[in-house]
Unconditional design. Structure first.
Length: 278
């Protein structure tokens, strides 16, 4: 039995509404600095889910998993832990998002319900070449199922074309109450306008030379931002597109340390979790 030092972290996450994690759990360098020596690979999810409060699954971007796989992931993780699922790229990569209804349903109703209460937000990542088309995007958002077996679903949109940096897009996303991913990457449009009922951040600037991925001052900043998001505010030092602020109301927050110096991301996530507990 793997020890579970994270039970207090998960209780804190549920109480505060702030969850912090990484992308995936199978990465060879983590066996040098995150997973203990001798831990068999098939138990890595069990270990990681007891140190973090959430994990974003990337494999679903390439292909949907079998219902039995989702059920196994649920069985290997503790109560209070949450998965975000990256929706299949063959859906968001289509020329017309309006034509994706059947593919959306195939994914959403194809087994993810086996995660039960572990199911968190579904991330729909648009490709870099996909420009903002109001009518097409609205048709896509209309087709996103709002519930699965009477359980409300949470959808979040990641946009990667600069044309989305517009007040018109922010207005549309708020109309559908769909959050927009905030990323600190310099490669994609990065704006922190709150457009939905929760906040979703993907932090992509961890550094190999820093043991915790992000320096102390930056971790302190993200701690403050997480708390402000959870309180319903928009942090003033993050870039915004629209002058019209979102309604101030408490929100759940999901923060993932993704890519960059990937070997440091577990340490970055744990460092942020510990700051949020302080």
């Amino acid at each position: 039995m793997i020890d579970d030092p994270g039970s207090a972290r998960r209780e804190q996450a549920r109480a505060s509404g702030i969850r912090v994690g990484i992308g995936g759990w199978n990465f060879a360098p983590w066996r040098n600095n995150f997973y203990p020596a001798g831990l068999v690979q098939k138990r890595e999810l069990e270990f990681a889910s007891r140190r973090l409060t959430a994990i974003e699954i990337n494999s679903t971007f390439y292909s949907a998993q079998k219902p039995a796989t989702y059920a196994r992931w649920r069985s290997e993780t503790p109560d209070g832990f949450v998965f975000s699922l990256k929706a299949p790229g063959h859906i968001t990569g289509r020329r017309l998002l309006a034509d994706t209804g059947k593919a959306i349903d195939a994914f959403v109703f194809g087994g993810i319900g086996e995660l039960g209460e572990r199911l968190g937000p579904i991330l729909w990542q648009l490709p870099e070449h996909k420009a903002f088309d109001r009518a097409d995007l609205a048709a896509f958002l209309d087709q996103l199922p709002r519930a699965l077996d009477a359980t409300p679903l949470r959808h979040v949109l990641e946009v990667r074309h600069d044309s989305f940096r517009s007040a018109e897009y922010v207005e549309l996303a708020r109309k559908y109450r769909v959050p927009t991913v905030f990323t600190d990457s310099t490669d994609y449009p990065s704006f922190a306008d709150v457009t939905g009922d929760f906040v979703y951040a993907r932090l992509m600037r961890s550094r190999s030379e820093v043991a915790t991925g992000y320096p102390t001052a930056e971790l302190d900043r993200w701690t403050r931002c997480a708390r402000e998001w959870a309180a319903g505010m928009q942090p003033e030092d993050l870039p915004l597109v629209s002058r019209d602020g979102a309604k101030v109301t408490p929100r759940d927050v999901y923060i993932y340390f993704i890519s960059a110096a990937k070997e440091r991301n577990p340490a970055a996530a744990i460092a942020l979790i510990e700051r949020l507990r302080a």
